[in-house]
Design a protein around this ligand. Structure first.
Ligand SMILES: [Zn+2]
Length: 301
């Protein structure tokens, strides 16, 4: 295992070491150019609503949602989140693509709340963590220290209708093993289990409410766009046993994951693999869109 360049192996990072990590991060792309200015023309009755701004730079990082001006209480409500991990580009661009190309054809069937980029500082610096060296996707809890998580949680808690389906759009990348998981082990003074990054798309269900037919409907839809990750030689993906082809489960509320934000009966997290020789940015975005559509078709059967 490689030693991470910050800190002492076996010792959790001090405040100084977290600051050292923060000082090493640089802006690599523009949230304004790639997200804010790509917010789509919206169907009738839908608005872009700002639900907060990141305190590191409130002018640079407004937090944006797409939602109906008025929810129709006779329709199911669907939450779509992307960019909880800012480096996972297709989560952000896939959510925008769905909003741009497909939303209008589904607004008579569901109320949609779409948050394309939960962690814009992470998007710009191509990071999993926020500047405080916190993973937003382990911090969806009361009094969260991660503003990305706290502000999204406050917004979601205020949605006036019960959420029926929540899809959280992610990627699993080669840099998870070369950078982000070693950084996590270094920060916490622990070691990390070794597993190979799966080559292909998979889903993370909520192990407390798997809804396997729902997960399988999404896998079926995505398979038409890209390949599904096979199990490794231990029958696992990222160290977790498969529930079904391309489906694993995590206890989302216990881990304070974004997927645990609601009490929706139908919940999943997509994991697109962008580093496959067979994948392109376009294929990854299409896989995210296919996952959303597969879920919608299932819940509206
Ligand atoms: Zn992620």
């Amino acid at each position: 295992m490689h030693n991470y360049p910050i800190g002492t192996p076996g010792t959790p990072w001090s405040k100084e070491e977290k600051k050292q990590w923060r000082d090493n991060q640089t802006i690599k792309r523009s949230y304004r150019d790639e997200v804010i200015s790509r917010m789509p023309q919206l169907p009738f009755g839908y608005d872009i609503v700002q639900y907060g701004a990141l305190p590191y730079d409130t002018g640079r990082y407004p937090l944006l949602s797409i939602r109906p001006a008025t929810f129709n209480p006779s329709l199911p409500t669907v939450l779509i989140t992307g960019g909880v991990h800012g480096y996972e580009t297709s989560g952000v661009q896939g959510a925008l693509k769905f909003a741009r190309e497909h939303l209008a054809s589904w607004t008579d069937k569901c109320n949609f709340v779409i948050v394309p980029c939960v962690s814009p500082w992470g998007y710009e610096t191509v990071n999993r963590w926020n500047p405080l060296a916190l993973d937003p996707n382990r911090n969806f809890k009361a009094n969260s220290a991660a503003p990305e998580s706290a502000l999204l949680k406050a917004m979601v808690d205020d949605i006036e209708e019960p959420v029926h389906m929540h899809i959280d759009l992610h990627e699993t990348t080669d840099t998870d093993n070369t950078e982000f998981r070693p950084a996590l082990a270094a920060r916490d003074g622990t070691s990390h289990d070794i597993w190979n990054i799966p080559d292909g798309f998979y889903l993370v269900a909520d192990s407390k409410k798997v809804e396997l037919a729902f997960q399988e409907a999404i896998i079926h839809q995505v398979r038409q766009v890209t390949h599904i990750a096979p199990a490794d030689e231990h029958g696992k993906i990222i160290g977790v046993s498969l529930l079904s082809d391309g489906v694993i489960g995590y206890d989302k509320k216990a881990l304070f994951l974004c997927g645990g934000l609601t009490d929706a009966p139908y919940v999943t997290t997509t994991e697109v693999y962008p580093d496959s020789p067979q994948a392109t940015a376009g294929v990854c975005n299409d896989a995210q869109v296919a996952a959303i559509i597969g879920g919608l078709r299932f819940i509206l059967l």
